[in-house]
Design a protein around this ligand. Structure first.
Ligand SMILES: [Zn+2]
Length: 106
């Protein structure tokens, strides 16, 4: 699944890919796979949604992810845009109003 590869890449790139985080990702993928069966047209939404699921899961366990790489001394996280899922999701810094890059490119 593309969503797995993209989100895993970003977890690894930010040093956040430990076994807890990967199982969080697997859980999110399993949930979304069910959702996708009900609504196959949702395929293009899945990367952004899985990224948000992992982001939410990490927030309660480990803290903000991914921390913004664009701002100096940043403690804020990036946001997924579009935030309810959509094609070609990107990481966005809301503070700088900056598109950091597509999900899967960190
Ligand atoms: Zn920022």
């Amino acid at each position: 699944m593309t969503a797995r590869a993209h989100v895993l890449h970003d977890l690894e790139a930010t040093g956040a890919a430990d076994s807890d985080t990967v199982s969080l990702l697997e859980d999110a993928l399993a949930q979304r796979a069910w959702w996708l069966e009900q609504w196959p047209a949702g395929n293009q939404f899945i990367v952004g949604l899985v990224a948000q699921d992992v982001q939410d899961g990490l927030l309660s366990r480990a803290g903000r992810w991914p921390v913004c790489p664009a701002c100096e001394d940043a403690t804020h996280a990036l946001y997924v845009d579009p935030d309810l899922g959509g094609p070609d999701p990107t990481w966005v810094c809301e503070q700088a109003g900056l598109v950091v890059g597509p999900i899967g490119s960190l």
